[in-house]
Write a protein that binds this ligand. Structure first.
Ligand SMILES: Cc1cc2nc3c(=O)[nH]c(=O)nc-3n(C[C@H](O)[C@H](O)[C@H](O)COP(=O)(O)OP(=O)(O)OC[C@H]3O[C@@H](n4cnc5c(N)ncnc54)[C@H](O)[C@@H]3O)c2cc1C
Length: 486
């Protein structure tokens, strides 16, 4: 019996499989599709995803393959209404890495294979049931054969039409956004094209026109093409449709050429309220879908996987109590709510239809984006470095739940070894080491020096502060550790 069955080998399932394997958990990962994604889909990998990926050890391969976008601009024709630089993001990765999703998946696959795990393709989850001790799953193979498997845990990373979500009987609450959108991966030629290291959003009375740079000298264009009519789908755009749109909405001045992907898509804004039931979990698009505004979808999904992986590994390895897993839904559902809210707000703002509302929006944007503080907040939110878990069951103390700033490329992050461990930061190293020796399955044996001598901190394996108390509060520190330990 495998310990974890992962359904879906998109970016989220691959991240989860790689992390669990790194922690020595036996995983089986299946995907019904015969091959990985071949298109560019999600293009942006944000700062916080890299900070978490650092623990996997594969960040350099991503940085080599991608393009560093340094800023985002909001434009009205040839006028720049506002400009946000990413260099103020408080992270070693203070940029947006532009990388087609097919490359993200390829590199995650390389990482997974190095850990000795291969994705089983053309294997589909048909259904499942669970008992208090295990999950029984029915798998369908390409040759029509059905296989029954038992697994201790099942994770649905099976995307927006998740079989796992339906099997749990959960509602995917939300709405369809209401517009038809087009997508074009093309080459831009001409002086009027936005800079090749910038994400440019052109606001226009007929709807937004967004240009994302892609490695290899290409760009992704996304734009609204009209209201959705129920039961009717549009033909894919042609290159001349895209050119007409660029001339009309982006001030002319550049030609679109050499298309590699022209398509239409629609946006759903939906989310589950529970990410888990018993021994079954949901992560990624199976739990939340929203507009691509801000490029948060894949990043949020991969961070679901990081959050779940160390918790599941510690419970499976018998080091932490099973109640640790109860923190997964509240932590990640709150993040999902926030991401969905922000993406919806940005999309609504970009698609305002009334001319007076559009004029007011442009005025406000021009005014607000003149302030550095507003620009910095926008960048911090998009980069996901502001995500925190203050209200988590695992957060005790004033700064608990905050992200603990990662080291500046000076070696692996604390607790990033092949066993997930909490790291104690104490000025009293001897006492810290003695406590760690009593809880070897939970605490890293090497206490670190705290950034501030007045505090005693316990930092989670994913780099968030769990406990934050005064330097002499060993009673609370011991209680916190005992609550975690199996
Ligand atoms: C056209 C387009 C453009 C996008 N642009 C962006 C963007 O710019 N930025 C952004 O952040 N996001 C974007 N997205 C969304 C992004 O692609 C998703 O957020 C991301 O793919 C989610 O990853 P996932 O692993 O959760 O799911 P998926 O990538 O959907 O992977 C799910 C996998 O599960 C498999 N599967 C499904 N059911 C079963 C089953 N029953 N048994 C076995 N396998 C199964 C599927 O074959 C699939 O491989 C875009 C999506 C599309 C379609």
């Amino acid at each position: 019996m495998h310990q974890v069955l992962i359904v879906g080998a998109g970016p989220v399932g691959l991240t989860l499989a790689a992390e669990l394997s790194r922690y020595g958990v036996q995983v089986r990962i299946i995907d019904r599709s015969p091959h990985p994604t071949e298109t560019s889909k999600a293009l942006v990998v944000w700062s916080r995803t890299f900070e978490l990926m650092d623990r996997m050890g594969c960040t350099p391969a991503f940085l080599d393959a991608g393009l560093h976008a340094r800023a985002a601009s909001i434009r009205n024709g040839r006028t720049v209404l506002g400009h946000t630089g990413f260099d103020t993001i408080a992270s070693p990765y203070n940029f947006a890495l532009m990388l087609p999703q097919c490359d993200t998946e390829r590199l995650l696959n390389v990482q997974l294979q190095a850990l000795g795990v291969a994705v089983e393709r053309e294997v589909e989850l048909l259904g499942f049931s669970q008992t208090p001790t295990h999950v029984e799953a029915r798998l369908g193979h390409a040759d029509g054969r059905e296989e029954g498997v038992e697994t201790s845990w099942l994770v649905g990373c099976d995307g927006a039409h998740s079989t796992v979500l339906h099997g749990l009987g959960f509602a995917f609450q939300g709405v369809a956004q209401g517009d038809d959108w087009m997508l074009a991966d093309v080459r831009l030629e001409g002086e009027g094209a936005p800079p090749a290291n910038e994400i440019a959003t052109f606001l226009h009375r007929d709807g937004p026109f967004v240009v994302f740079p892609i490695p290899g000298g290409r760009s992704r264009i996304v734009a609204t093409v009209g209201k959705t009519v129920a039961g009717q789908s549009r033909p894919d755009p042609t290159l001349s449709d895209v050119q007409a749109m660029a001339d009309e909405r982006a001030g002319g001045g550049f030609r679109v050429a050499d298309p590699v992907w022209l398509a239409n898509f629609r946006i759903n804004e939906r989310k589950v309220s529970d990410y888990a039931k018993g021994r079954v979990f949901l992560a990624g698009d199976a739990a939340h879908v929203h507009s691509p505004a801000g490029g948060q979808g894949m990043n949020t999904g991969m961070q679901d996987a990081f959050n779940l992986s160390w918790k599941l590994a510690m419970v499976i390895r018998g080091e932490a109590r099973a109640s640790l897993l109860d923190s997964y839904t509240p932590e990640r559902s709150a993040v999902g709510d926030m991401v969905l809210r922000n993406a919806t707000r940005m999309t609504d703002m970009g698609t305002l239809a009334h001319p007076a509302a559009q004029a007011a929006r442009n005025l406000v944007l021009r005014f607000m984006l003149g302030f550095h503080a507003v620009q910095d907040r926008m960048a911090a939110t998009m980069s996901e470095v502001e995500i925190a878990y203050a209200k988590s069951l695992l957060s005790i103390g004033r700064h608990a739940g905050d992200r603990f700033p990662p080291p500046q490329h000076d070696g692996p992050a604390p607790g990033s070894g092949t066993m997930p461990r909490f790291v104690l930061f104490s000025a009293d190293q001897a006492r810290g080491a003695a406590l760690a020796a009593r809880f070897p399955g939970v605490l890293d044996p090497r206490p670190r020096t705290p950034p501030d001598a007045q505090s005693l901190l316990i930092v989670r394996p994913d780099g968030y502060v769990g406990l934050s108390v005064t330097s002499n509060d060993w009673a609370e520190t011991e209680r916190f550790t005992q609550l975690l330990a199996a």
